[in-house]
Design a protein around this ligand. Sequence first.
Ligand SMILES: [Zn+2]
Length: 424
Amino acid sequence: MPIIDYFFGLKKISDLRRNQYLQRDELLKIQERNLRVILDHVFRNVRLYYSKFKQNGIKPNEIKKLEDLAKIPLTTKQEIKNGLQKNVGYVLNKNCNPNKCRISYTSGSTGMPLRIYKSREDLYHHWARQAFAFFECGVKFRDKIIRVLFPRERKDYWLQKFGILRIEDVSINQPIHNIINKLSKSKFEVLQSYPSVYLLLSQYIQNCEINPRIIFSAAETLNEKVRREINSVFNTELFELYGAYEFGRVAFECDQHCGMHIISDHFIIEVLRDGEQVSPGEEGEIVITGLHNYTMPFIRYRIGDIGILSDEFCNCGRNYPLIKSIEGKIYDFLKLPSGQIISPRNLELKDIEGISEYQIIQPRRDKLIVHLVKSEGFSENSIIEVKRNILSGCLGEEVDISVKVVESIVRGQTGKRRFIISKV
Ligand SMILES: [Zn+2]
């Protein structure tokens, strides 16, 4: 990789570090400028958005300010999935070569994973935001980060080639004692996982030598009670992160812990109810527009989380706006026939053709009922794959799995998604 690439990567981090302290009106100007550039790009180069704009009589140059954004219809995950299925080029920048992109998948916790394409340029932004958020929360160059998460492929990025921000992933798809064993034997300063995994670990680690300096929590609802419990068991400070596979790191908490700072020169976050913007402090559906992902753009994308924005200023001096809270996914733990408790994340499905959403219900320790919503390409094989995936998540225990095809997955009153419901 040419040395100039490293330089660009570091430059992006330094831009983020500087921009976060700009005045709000200056940040807004950058955000609106970036919005105009990406809208012009998607209109000219991405068929999905070209068609959307044409159908709705929208000319990109009519959208100049944040208020104008509401003229553009929302984009759903299913829309992008259908586009990918039809023709990969339909949702990607027509000038990019999909074969040269890095492909990753969204988590399968709320339906089936979505394939995400990122060019080298996108990845620099992605990594720069990731590293930036870590540094802002007190992570040091030489710290080692262990992430306990759903197993997925990962490649070292440019900083790590210099031994900076070393990351080791530990799969949650194994008995909790194995995870604890690995953590006790490793030397690391930073731990990242999901609240549900921390709660599970906290039941076992009292007498273990696991002392991270910083812990990060992401991807699930973190309420105050859970936060206090995690802080006390690990005897350290927890920082919440917000992101998505589609976008990478979107927001991070600073040491004032009064919400998460949105990286607003890279994203626009709207909170809507019935399609209308709600006031700060009110709960609604989160819709994200990525301002720097040029390969696979997401404009007014329904990410599927519920959240609350804040119009307050943080005492830390950063002027990046705040998300007060995210009411993301809600999970139950599962108890297997042997009594072993597993993280709900063990049962996330991989990319299986023919399935758009699913939900798992555990009526007894040895029984799981899977509700599936079909999509194009569904066959008997889809069901076999689902069963195989779930069985492997149950760590070899004898569990009866039955599959029921349904029209839709029932959501909670606030729209919160419950991907696993355990009645055990
Ligand atoms: Zn702050």
